[in-house]
Design a protein around this ligand. Structure first.
Ligand SMILES: [Zn+2]
Length: 342
């Protein structure tokens, strides 16, 4: 086996650690709707980045390769070394390459890295940026695609430079996500989120290539309705909602890929409920307080029928609500939205 793959690993936080810290703990029996399942940033987000170490060449490489995503996704990256940066990048050569996934980065203490670029060959930085904007490993796509020879994979990953035990290899390579854990497409052998794996690691002799640039499907997916469409409204154009307004606010999703953004101010701490009504099958996300990149909760159909409902104990501050269609068939039409303090 001539080449040993450089395998990056996901750092996925347990669900209860993904809550943004200022959110107050839910009261007993009321925590259900606060469990976040999504990891994408709000569409149109500007993400601030801080480097922790690294030389000029390493930093330039990291900055160059995020540009590949920025060209297609409705996200902006600002390298201002902000003290409260959303993404912090270290370059520890002894710690491999890894990144937390999407909004999980917001749950990591601000003095800790959310990404390490211990090596930078090929498209490694672009791959880690893929994680940072919410993408998972293509080799764990539930649609499959690789027929692992599990014993060989476990044996090879136990050797230098990885020294992984069987459990780590199972978690990072062999296990697939459940279909309901990810937004995704069919298996893409050209994805930058796929690593090189030798043919000897499979039972059918079909390995994978080292992909060093974004594939057509990578670009299509991040620019698509489930990720960061450039045509959608951004945080600056959010429609204001008054808390406890007499009337529900009417809205409509007219075409596939459209999303609506609302904002409201909580003038005091309390239990707030945001819900939609209508025949439209929607997914709702709540961000804040005061930081539109911090995901608090996501819900699809806790409300009546296909409607979404999020109940959360919130501190005073500004919040953003994003509503998207659920899928191509059932996501379009009129709905209303309301926020009330219980
Ligand atoms: Zn990876």
């Amino acid at each position: 086996m001539a080449t040993r793959p450089h395998v990056c690993f996901d750092r996925i936080l347990p669900r209860e650690l993904m809550r943004h810290q200022p959110t107050m703990p839910g009261r007993a029996g009321r925590t259900r709707a606060i469990s976040p399942i999504g990891k994408t940033w709000m569409n149109g987000s500007t993400l601030h980045v801080r480097f922790v170490g690294g030389n000029a060449a390493q930093r330039a490489k990291a900055q160059e390769q995020v540009g590949w995503w920025e060209a297609v996704a409705n996200l902006k990256f600002v390298f201002d070394n902000a003290p409260n940066a959303d993404i912090r990048i270290s370059f520890d050569a002894n710690d491999g390459a890894w990144s937390y996934i999407g909004t999980d980065c917001r749950s990591i203490p601000l003095n800790e890295a959310t990404m390490n670029l211990g090596f930078l060959d090929g498209g490694t930085a672009a791959h880690e940026w893929g994680h940072a904007i919410g993408l998972a490993h293509e080799h764990q796509n539930p649609a499959g695609g690789i027929q692992w020879n599990e014993q060989v994979v476990i044996r090879e990953m136990a050797k230098s430079p990885n020294f992984w035990d069987a459990e780590t290899t199972r978690h990072n390579i062999l296990q697939r996500y459940r279909a309901d854990q990810i937004n995704g497409t069919s298996f893409d052998p050209k994805s930058i989120m796929l690593y090189f794996f030798p043919a000897e690691w499979t039972t059918n002799g079909i390995g994978t290539e080292a992909n060093e640039v974004l594939s057509a499907m990578d670009k299509q997916f991040v620019a698509g309705a489930k990720m960061y469409p450039k045509t959608a409204p951004t945080v600056d154009s959010a429609t204001p909602l008054a808390v406890n307004a007499r009337q529900r606010t009417a809205a409509a999703i007219g075409k596939f890929g459209e999303e609506d953004l609302f904002r409201f101010s909580a003038d005091r701490a309390g239990h707030y409920v945001i819900d939609t009504r209508g025949p439209t099958d929607v997914v709702m996300k709540l961000f804040g307080p005061n930081v539109p990149t911090a995901l608090i909760a996501e819900d699809d159909d806790s409300g009546y029928a296909y409607n979404a409902r999020i109940g959360a104990d919130l501190i005073a501050g500004d919040y953003w609500v994003q509503v998207r269609h659920y899928n191509r068939e059932s996501g379009m039409g009129e709905y209303t939205v309301k926020v009330r303090r219980a």
